[in-house]
Design a protein around this ligand. Structure first.
Ligand code: SF4
Length: 485
């Protein structure tokens, strides 16, 4: 593997990722057993998603850039983006609003016989003429991949003609059951075509790979005299091109940033922060300490940590009194669920279960001991009911009914709806940055406390709700019935 390759291998092959599992958490953290878990196919799927969506969450929000989705219009309908989102996210970050610049090449049936390259060339040209971007991303799709359209050469030709980077992103949905492979595909294109070697190091700059989200890392890193470099959404092409100048790289979630931070380290010498992202008190302490080591701030970091603990202590104790022993269930993408688990532990809540959308059995980092599930098990203890499930509401409903949590914390909107139908208050972790750092623990605690007040209305909602499942499925006890058969 390397940046000279046009594509990065998908996660099933690179990280031995799995899409279903039911057991305890500790069993998944044993590197010796990693190869024994090969759950990459399902005998029945209720729904699925596409790597292109994950690639889009990275590329659609790059300032001064544009995207051509080389696909039929149906794939383009999956485009999870609009101008309002871009504008609101920019304002929240304290930046000027921008607009989304995305076109679809509109591959038709005819093109799947004769090839769609001419349409791609036309779309890239149209994209340049309309938006005058500083870079153009070209997303591939199942149709383009199966037909074998030569996106690589077309992008290279158009790049020469237009004088701006034209970046292939190989995110065909059929290639991977792990949608997060789309993150890696987008980063791979960025690293190959946009990032430049560092002219000088910016010793106080820390790369933070994140999604759209508010500016909570400036106050956190500012305490030790450092600045965040938010990447990639909402950053400009120019900013992205200089990510190699940072003192080190971290992310809000290992699942999001595992590949790009590792490649930045290997190819540009930017150290990857190996400790888990700064969610929960102990992980924030460790994160600050490691970053202090890369930036020469060791002399002040311990005092900052001590002061921060003192600062949040009164509010934390108050929240613990209210939330202690409350049963919580977490559903999120792989590593972000572990981040939330770290916060929940600080709030004194009981983690009755956790489900992640997939699980990477290996990390891109060579330091296997630093995988976030292993770190969570070390911090919290084993999680008896740990499941991996790539959405599949028919299964998740059963998991939740068995665990009967007081509250759910979920990363995706559709899960809050499921929680509501089951009468369970559900906290949406849609904006991840607000949960980071010491203040993130307090913010999350307050949000959960307020959420518990909605139990009454949800109880009513549950009484009036009907699920579409047959009696046969309702009577089955095992959520993973189909896989075990
Ligand atoms: S690229 Fe493939 S999986 Fe993705 S939306 Fe299009 S057809 Fe579906």
């Amino acid at each position: 593997m390397g940046l000279q390759q046009s594509e990065v291998p998908v996660r099933e092959n690179r990280l031995k990722s799995i899409i279903y599992y039911s057991g305890n958490a500790a069993a998944l953290t044993d590197p010796q057993k990693a190869d024994s878990f090969v759950h990459k196919e399902r005998s029945y799927s209720q729904c699925s998603d596409c790597a292109q969506m994950c690639a889009g969450t990275i590329t659609y929000f790059v300032r001064n850039a544009a995207v051509v989705v080389h696909s039929p219009m149906g794939c383009f309908a999956n485009t999870p983006v609009n101008d309002t989102q871009f504008r609101n996210a920019s304002l929240e970050r304290g930046q000027d609003p921008d607009r989304v610049h995305v076109l679809c090449s509109n591959i038709s049936e005819n093109d799947t016989v004769y090839g769609g390259i001419r349409k791609l060339q036309k779309a890239v040209q149209e994209c340049y003429d309309r938006f005058r971007p500083e870079a153009i991303f070209v997303h591939s799709s199942c149709a383009a991949g199966i037909v074998g359209d030569d996106i690589e050469d077309t992008a290279a030709d158009m790049e020469k003609k237009l004088g701006v980077p034209v970046v292939p992103v190989y995110c065909e949905g059929f290639k991977s059951k792990i949608w997060s492979s789309g993150f890696d595909a987008a980063y791979h294109g960025i690293l190959r075509k946009i990032v430049k070697p560092a002219e000088h190091r910016q010793k106080d700059l820390v790369n933070i790979f994140n999604f759209l989200g508010s500016d909570t890392f400036t106050p956190l890193l500012g305490k030790i005299g450092l600045r965040p470099n938010y990447l990639v959404p909402l950053a400009s092409v120019e900013t992205i091109s200089h990510m190699s100048e940072a003192a080190c790289s971290s992310q809000i979630c290992e699942t999001l940033g595992t590949y790009v931070t590792k490649e930045l380290e290997d190819n540009y010498g930017v150290p990857k922060v190996k400790t888990p992202a700064p969610f929960g008190i102990e992980w924030t302490d460790n994160w600050l300490r490691e970053i202090a080591g890369y930036t020469g701030k060791e002399n002040i970091v311990e005092e900052v940590i001590r002061t921060e603990h003192e600062r949040i202590r009164p509010q934390l104790e108050e929240l613990r009194t209210v939330l202690k022993g409350k049963k919580v269930y977490i559903f999120a993408g792989d590593s972000y669920a572990h981040n939330v688990g770290s916060i929940v532990r600080d709030l004194g809540m009981e983690l009755v279960g956790m489900t992640t959308l997939h699980h990477d059995m290996h990390s891109d980092s060579s330091e296997t001991g630093k995988d976030t599930l292993a770190e969570l098990v070390k911090l919290y203890g084993d999680i008896e009911h740990y499941t991996v499930c790539n959405k599949q509401p028919y299964q998740v409903k059963k998991i939740i009914e068995e665990l009967r949590p007081d509250v759910m914390i979920v990363r995706h909107m559709n899960m809050t709806i499921l929680g509501g139908k089951l009468g369970i208050p559900s906290l949406l972790e849609g904006e991840t940055n607000i949960s980071a750092g010491y203040d993130g623990v307090i913010t999350t605690g307050k949000r959960i406390r307020n959420l518990m007040e909605t139990r009454g209305i949800l109880k009513t909602l549950k009484e009036y709700n009907q699920f579409p499942y047959s009696k046969w499925w309702t009577d089955q006890e095992d959520p993973f019935y189909f896989e075990k058969k």
